[in-house]
Structures are given as structure tokens and as C-alpha cells.
Design a protein around this ligand. Structure first.
Ligand SMILES: Cc1cc2nc3c(=O)[nH]c(=O)nc-3n(C[C@H](O)[C@H](O)[C@H](O)COP(=O)(O)OP(=O)(O)OC[C@H]3O[C@@H](n4cnc5c(N)ncnc54)[C@H](O)[C@@H]3O)c2cc1C
Length: 525
């Protein structure tokens, strides 16, 4: 039922494009032609590896663990999802429904083909991204997370799943045994109260690091700045490693639609931009390690050492700090009771799935609040935007304010939340500082950001708000150099940054140039 409603209401063509005759010919040359009978399973939930499958004749249904069908592919169609590129666990089963003649292309060969062939890459990647979005909106796909909202560990695992765009189902109750959360993986394995790292490894996300790694450049943080540096660093021959504590893509990955990124006149979703950037980083063989949190930085004249939470260390001749900034929380009691269940910091498909017909407050006056409000309204929520200034135009772009009007979003000026009301982990209403009480089932908070620079422990100089100083302000020769030679900073974590994707990417790329110059200087002494 849920599956029908969703697949009927979405633009399924994005998830089911067809290959041109020339593309099918190319794939034929790369893979093996095979046949399969009706009822045969090509891959199933819990598998790790499967080939890219292009259909020459016949038909295949994609079903969930309970056997419910939600997608069908026929001649010139192809199977696969983002996990074909990443090696993550398979979340669905592919069953032949009409006698099948197909080409199977092994994963490594397909990777190479996607890197070489722009139009094929565009077609396949767009479909994989659309399919992942579809999976995220369906119930009963991916790991089942069982744990109450009052359990911090449960909320942490949920946040990890959301930010990594892992389709999942959450059962808000105590698990039948052991410590919450219990995570049932596709394929049947169960994990009791896993760390994000344990869950990631179990799902095949990210590589495992050796206890000590040595590289030319370590980039800490894989948002647009970190990924930008990874792509430029690796493509220019630097041995580059990126460590990321949560999810590749950073804040940008959480954005519903980025309208102002050069080259995308129709806008691009954060998850698409991230998937494309990650693929590009892989193409140039930049190494990404996630989830690994940097906890300290030891500086020295020729080599700096980053210590990671789980005891690993990375020695590098140059370091790029690209750890971005973190969302501000609302200064109200019991906020944590509701975070993750009815208070969110991003408006992605899993959150929006719960909101149609519900009263929703988006809190904040910036463009990210405006984008989220428009998107949630389009998804069927009854949206009110609360912000504290006299006029929204002081902080939000004009085009977005107009878009809010067109989308039926109610705007309330001078409205700050003083108290949350609710029960069973669900918000029911809020009281404003004015004393007015408003009913809302969900809150989306977009209140600005704090720098993620505490892990540096004062190793480099920061401004009074904790943002990392660079260039002349840090006494550095290079624009992005910090107060310590060989350590650079880029993106939102940098004092005076403009907090935009494009500038973060640009700074990441620019930092690589400074790293080259620094390494050349080291060679000379
Ligand atoms: C909802 C939303 C919508 C937005 N919309 C737009 C838009 O339309 N246009 C636009 O230009 N900008 C937009 N932005 C802003 C843009 O996303 C940011 O400016 C950009 O992401 C900054 O990139 P960054 O790489 O510096 O930092 P981030 O994207 O914050 O990435 C930093 C990364 O570092 C990781 N990290 C932090 N600490 C550690 C640690 N100790 N160890 C390892 N990793 C760590 C974090 O997990 C994160 O992944 C939006 C932001 C949000 C939140």
C-alpha cells in the first residue's frame, strides 16, 4: 500500500531510464551475456556484491524484504543502486518476472566505464540517486533500528543512518533483549548497541584504517571543502586521505536544493551533489575514511599527526582543516527528548515522509530555512516559518521569500520559541516568547552554526567565536594558511568564510595549491 502510493506519486522516470542501443552495445562488449528464468533471483537483500545488469529482453521486479514490489525494469532498462558503486549491502531483491536475456558487467569494469563515458555515467548515476531517494521513502527497507527515543545511542545511530542516506526503519521501543539500539541488518545479522563505525563496517561503508597511516595531505572533514580538496589533491598526484566523522558531503549533503551552485541552473539536491563529488573523488583515487572522528592535532616542523577517536593516527606533511560548522540548537528545556523524532536539523526524504498533512514549523530566517519550508510545503506539510526579525528580507534572499508565498507557507515575524510541549517523544505544540501557543507536530531548526574546531585543542589560532584564523589574520603567508606552517583551513570552519558550497569547494581547491607550495619548500630544506 505504502509502496503503491509512493511510486505512483513520484516521477518514476528518473529512477527507470533506458539505455540507448549504442550504450547497450558498449555494455555488451564489456560484460557477459546471460539468461535467467522466471522466478530466478539475480541478487537479494543482504548481498554485498552484484554486477551491473543491463536488460536486453524480458523483465525484472525489484522487491523489498517482505516481497512487496516497487519497481519493474524491462528491455533497455538496467538494475542497480548506489550500493553498486560503494559496495554497501544490498537493500532489495531482484526477481525475474519474464524470461530474461541480459548483460552482466562486473563492478570494477563498470566503475571504469562510468569514469570514461560521460553520458553513460550521467544516465546511470542519476538513476541510482533517484532510486536511493525512493528507497529512503519506503518502509521496511534497510536496517531496522529498535530503540526508544530516550536512548542517546539510538538517536546517534538514527542520525548516522539519516546523514548517510541509509534507508532504514525505526521502531521506537525497547529492544526485546540487550542494550538499545538493536540493529537488524538486511540479511538477518543483529548488532547490539553498535557504534556508528561498527554499523558502517557491517553495511560495507568506508574503508578500515591501519593504526598508523602516512600521507602527503590529510583532509579532516568531507563537506564541500574537504571533498573539493580531495578531488584536486588526488587529481594532481598528492597522496591524499580524507577523514570524516559522520557522512561524506557535510552540511551540503543535507540541503534539499542548492540553487546557487554554478553550472546547475535548475538547482541540485545536496545528496546528488554529494554523490557526484564522492564519485569524482573515487575516480581520482582519493582515499576517504568514514566514520572516523579527529580528536586532536599534534604539530611539528615537518610532519603533523592527527589522532582519531578509535586510537588510529595519521601522519601527514600537510593538514587541511575542513570540519565546517554545527547547527545551533534551541535554548529550551527537553529539546533532546524530541530530537530525531519530531525535531530535525535537515529536511530530507525520511523526515518529510512523516509530515504530509501535519502542522510543521521551520525555525530560522536564513536561506536554508526558506528552502526547507518550500520543500516541506511541496511535500504536503502545513508549514509555518518562525523567525525573530521584523522582516524576513533582512536575512533571506528575495527569490525565496517570494517562493514561500507561492508555496502557501505562513510567515511569522518576531517569533521565538520559549517552550516545547509534547509527550511520548513527540512535539505537540510550542509556546512563543510572546506567550502565544501554536500547535505543531514537527520542528525543523535552521538557526546558524558553530565552528567544529574544538578538536584542535588550541593547536592553531582561532577568532573569539572559535573559527580558525587564516592568512594575514593568522600571520600566515598563504591566504588559507593557519598560524602553524603546513596546516591550512578551508570552508565554514574558517574565520570570515562566506558559508556557501561554492566558496567551500573553491577554498578546498585553492588549499591544494598552497599544499603543493608547502611540500616543495619542505623538499628544499
Ligand atoms: C540545510 C542547509 C542548506 C544549505 N543550502 C545552501 C545553498 O543552497 N547554497 C549554498 O551555497 N550553501 C548552502 N548551505 C551552506 C553549505 O552547505 C555550507 O556552506 C558548506 O557545506 C560548507 O562546507 P564545509 O566543507 O566547509 O563544511 P561542512 O559541509 O559543514 O562539512 C564539514 C564536515 O566535517 C565533518 N567533521 C566535523 N568535525 C569533524 C572531526 N572532528 N573529525 C572528522 N570530521 C569532522 C562533519 O561531519 C562534516 O561532514 C546550506 C547548509 C545547510 C545546513
Amino acid at each position: 500500500m505504502v509502496h503503491d502510493a509512493i511510486t505512483a506519486s513520484r516521477d518514476r522516470s528518473a529512477a527507470s531510464p533506458t539505455l540507448s542501443p549504442a550504450q547497450l552495445e558498449r555494455l555488451r562488449a564489456l560484460g557477459q551475456e546471460r539468461t535467467a528464468r522466471v522466478g530466478e533471483v539475480l541478487y537479494r537483500v543482504g548481498d554485498r556484491a552484484y554486477p551491473f545488469i543491463a536488460i536486453l529482453a524480458g523483465e525484472v521486479a525489484i522487491v523489498d524484504m517482505a516481497g512487496r514490489e516497487f519497481l519493474r525494469s524491462g528491455p533497455s532498462g538496467f538494475l542497480g543502486e548506489l550500493n553498486l558503486l560503494t559496495g554497501q549491502t544490498v537493500f532489495v531483491t531482484a526477481v525475474v518476472t519474464q524470461s530474461l536475456h541480459y548483460v552482466a558487467v562486473e563492478r570494477a569494469t563498470m566503475h571504469a566505464a562510468l569514469f570514461d563515458d560521460g553520458p553513460l555515467s550521467e544516465l546511470v548515476l542519476s538513476a541510482f540517486i533517484a532510486r536511493r531517494e525512493m528507497l529512503q521513502q519506503l518502509d521496511g527497507i534497510g536496517p531496522e533500528i529498535v530503540g526508544p527515543h530516550a536512548s542517546d545511542e539510538t538517536m546517534q545511530i538514527l542520525a548516522f543512518a539519516r546523514s548517510n542516506r541509509i534507508p532504514h526503519t525505526w521502531t521506537d521501543s525497547q529492544p526485546p533483549r540487550g542494550r538499545a539500539p538493536l540493529v537488524r541488518l538486511p540479511g538477518g545479522m543483529e548488532l547490539e548497541c553498535p557504534s556508528a563505525g561498527q554499523l558502517a563496517r557491517a553495511l560495507g561503508i568506508g574503508r578500515e584504517l591501519s593504526l598508523r597511516e602516512e600521507v602527503d595531505l590529510v583532509v579532516v572533514g568531507a563537506g564541500p571543502a574537504g571533498l573539493g580538496a580531495a578531488v584536486y589533491g588526488a587529481s594532481e598526484g598528492l597522496d591524499t586521505m580524507v577523514v570524516e566523522s559522520t557522512a561524506l558531503g557535510g552540511q551540503a549533503g543535507a540541503s534539499r536544493r542548492i540553487e546557487n551552485y554554478l553550472g546547475f541552473p535548475g538547482g541540485i539536491t545536496g545528496s546528488e551533489l554529494t554523490s557526484r563529488a564522492v564519485m569524482q573523488a573515487r575516480k581520482f583515487e582519493a582515499r576517504t575514511a568514514t566514520p572516523y572522528r579527529a580528536v586532536s592535532l599534534k604539530t611539528a616542523s615537518r610532519e603533523h599527526v592527527i589522532q582519531l577517536e578509535e586510537g588510529h593516527e595519521i601522519a601527514a606533511r600537510a593538514v587541511l582543516i575542513a570540519t565546517g560548522a554545527e547547527y545551533q540548537r534551541l535554548p529550551v528545556d527537553r529539546l533532546s527528548d524530541y530530537e530525531g523524532s519530531s525535531v530535525f536539523y535537515a529536511a530530507g526524504p525520511p523526515e518529510a515522509r512523516e509530515c504530509p498533512g501535519e502542522r510543521v514549523a521551520v525555525v530560522g530566517g536564513g536561506n536554508s530555512a526558506g528552502q526547507a519550508a518550500v520543500w516541506l510545503a511541496r511535500e504536503g506539510a502545513l508549514v509555518t516559518l518562525l523567525h525573530r526579525r521584523d522582516d524576513l528580507r533582512e536575512t533571506m534572499s528575495d527569490y525565496l521569500v517570494r517562493e514561500l508565498g507561492r508555496s502557501g507557507v505562513e510567515i511569522r515575524d518576531r517569533s521565538e520559541i520559549a517552550e516545547l510541549h509534547g509527550d511520548g517523544g513527540k512535539v505537540g505544540a510550542v509556546t512563543l516568547k510572546s506567550g502565544e501557543r501554536l500547535p505543531f507536530s514537527f520542528l525543523f531548526l535552521f538557526l546558524g552554526a558553530r565552528p567544529c574546531a574544538q578538536w584542535l585543542g588550541g593547536a592553531v589560532r582561532t577568532d573569539e567565536d572559535g573559527f580558525v584564523l587564516t592568512g594575514a589574520a593568522a600571520g600566515a603567508e598563504d591566504l588559507l594558511g593557519t598560524s602553524v606552517t603546513g596546516i591550512f583551513a578551508a570552508g565554514d570552519v574558517r574565520s570570515g568564510s562566506t558559508k556557501r558550497c561554492a566558496t567551500a569547494v573553491g577554498e578546498g581547491a585553492m588549499a591544494v595549491q598552497f599544499v603543493h607550495e608547502h611540500l616543495a619548500r619542505l623538499e628544499r630544506v
